[in-house]
Design a binder for this molecule. Structure first.
Ligand code: NIG
Ligand code: FE
Length: 452
């Protein structure tokens, strides 16, 4: 529905004192005051065909609210210091174009918040297209694992790759996904499976955080699978995770979250609980791989632990849906992983209709989703999971932001949020965007107010 508050933001200056005083203004407000007074706001975008997901507040969306995608037609947007400073309808624009360092016309273009991809394994070494071909020829997951494939294949490659090389490969992927409209991303470890390998991955993620203009969250997924030498000694590996890895991760501030692949043949709900509780002691909240291959209790244990999200959810039973719907944990759906593994898509309709809070993410990884393209995820959510375009866009923006605890900074067009934006090519309607799947409909991407 159209956003009724189409002039919001324009009263901000008048709410400031004429003579700013250090006692009543924080440094950021103070710098913005002088910027307004002497330089004027920096970027003006005019004649936007439709400014999408404009909100005064941006709570986590669940159930019916997920299909409400507010917008302003024929809109303007002002960016200052990389943040959204003002926006509204063109009829209410107050500032002449000459006041701005930069101004451009967005006629015929839709402007959306950049995608918030809350589940990826973007740091990995090499690729696994050999397994892809093996699967086409009929080999099963077990056959491939017996040949040394799967997560252990990536782990071997990762442990043979230097930190610099790993960084270079990850950097290229990060640049690629940012050009595809991703402005914030979560990245997991989990292909090291040794103390050195896991720390190497997390240090690469830290370097990406330091060097990239994208917002990045880091997740420790040492519990991705049991390394071969610990196959019969689960407690030994759990001890390694808890006693050797976690203290260093906490000391070097290498992770924001802890993840476990809770699945039959991987980590049991009880093991998941032990590992996550150890992480929680260091301040790492859980984000769990749950209900991918079976209804093995991952969702229930995630909710019990107060997980920020439980992710995958291809295989949900009634109890898992009910438990998730009555919790504050987000269900993150990864449709490209289901597609790539030729599995049934996640039951998005059932989850939404039961009141669950749903986010969408890519799961970018070499084994089950060798694509970090959020545009494709949004299309696939509509095509394969029957999500409405509005639901899919909300799930890939504001709910994705919440799944990284960035809900106050990203994911909507809201005063003070980061100016991370997607400018579409001319399109006839918003629904055209997921409908024309596979076509690149992005004209430009802006991160922190800068076109990349
Ligand atoms: O999220 N399910 C667990 N982990 C990854 C796949 C890992 C791999 O095959 O490399 C996932 O799909
Ligand atoms: Fe994953």
């Amino acid at each position: 529905m159209p956003d009724a508050s189409s002039t919001l933001g324009s009263s901000r200056i008048s709410s400031l004192c004429l003579v700013p005083c250090a006692l009543c203004l924080d440094p950021r407000t103070l710098s913005r005051f002088w910027s307004y007074l002497y330089f004027m706001p920096s970027t003006l975008i005019t004649n936007i065909k439709r400014l999408v997901n404009t909100r005064l507040e941006s709570p986590l969306l669940r159930g019916k609210l997920l299909s409400d995608l507010p917008f302003i037609e024929d809109a303007f947007l002002i960016i200052e210091d990389g943040h959204i400073a003002e926006y509204g309808s063109m009829v209410n624009i107050k500032h002449p174009t000459s006041n701005f360092k930069l101004s451009f016309d967005a006629s015929n273009k839709f402007v959306l918040p950049a995608w918030c991809d809350s589940h990826t394994h973007l740091v990995f070494a090499g690729s696994r297209e050999g397994e892809f071909v093996d699967k086409i020829k009929g080999l099963t997951y077990a056959d491939i694992a017996a040949k040394g494939g799967g997560i252990l294949n990536s782990s071997k490659k990762l442990n043979e790759t230097s930190e610099d090389e790993l960084f270079n490969q990850a950097w290229k992927r990060l640049e690629e996904v940012s050009r595809l409209g991703t402005g914030a991303i979560e990245i997991k470890s989990g292909y090291g499976l040794t103390v050195e390998g896991e720390l190497k991955m997390l240090r690469v993620i830290k370097k990406l955080q330091q060097r990239s203009s994208l917002k990045i969250r880091s997740t420790f997924l040492g519990a991705h699978t049991y390394p071969a030498e610990y196959k019969e000694n689960h407690q030994g590996y759990i001890d390694l995770l808890v006693r050797e890895m976690l203290p260093v991760i906490a000391k070097e501030k290498l992770a924001d979250y802890i993840d476990v692949f809770c699945e039959n043949g991987f980590f049991s709900p009880a093991e998941t609980e032990t590992i996550c509780n150890a992480g929680l002691q260091y301040g790492l909240k859980p984000k769990i791989h749950a209900n991918q291959l079976s209804a093995s209790g991952g969702t229930q244990v995630g909710v019990k632990l107060g997980a920020v999200s439980v992710d995958h959810l291809e295989t949900m039973d009634e109890d898992a849906i009910h438990t998730l719907a009555h919790s504050s944990t987000i269900g993150t759906l990864l449709p490209t992983a289901a597609f790539f593994l030729r599995m049934p898509f996640q039951p998005a309709r059932k989850l939404i209709d039961n009141g669950c809070a749903i986010a969408l993410a890519t799961d970018y990884n070499p084994g089950s989703s060798p694509s970090g393209n959020m545009n494709l995820v949004v299309s696939m959510a509509c095509i394969g999971m029957k999500m409405l375009p509005e639901e899919a866009i909300n799930a890939a923006t504001i709910n994705g932001a919440h799944a990284m605890e960035y809900g106050n900074e990203l994911g909507t067009i809201t005063m003070g949020k980061k100016a991370n934006l997607i400018f579409t090519k001319p399109i006839p309607s918003l629904s055209y965007y997921p409908y024309a799947f596979g076509t690149n409909l992005i004209d430009k991407v802006m991160i922190n107010g800068e076109i990349i």
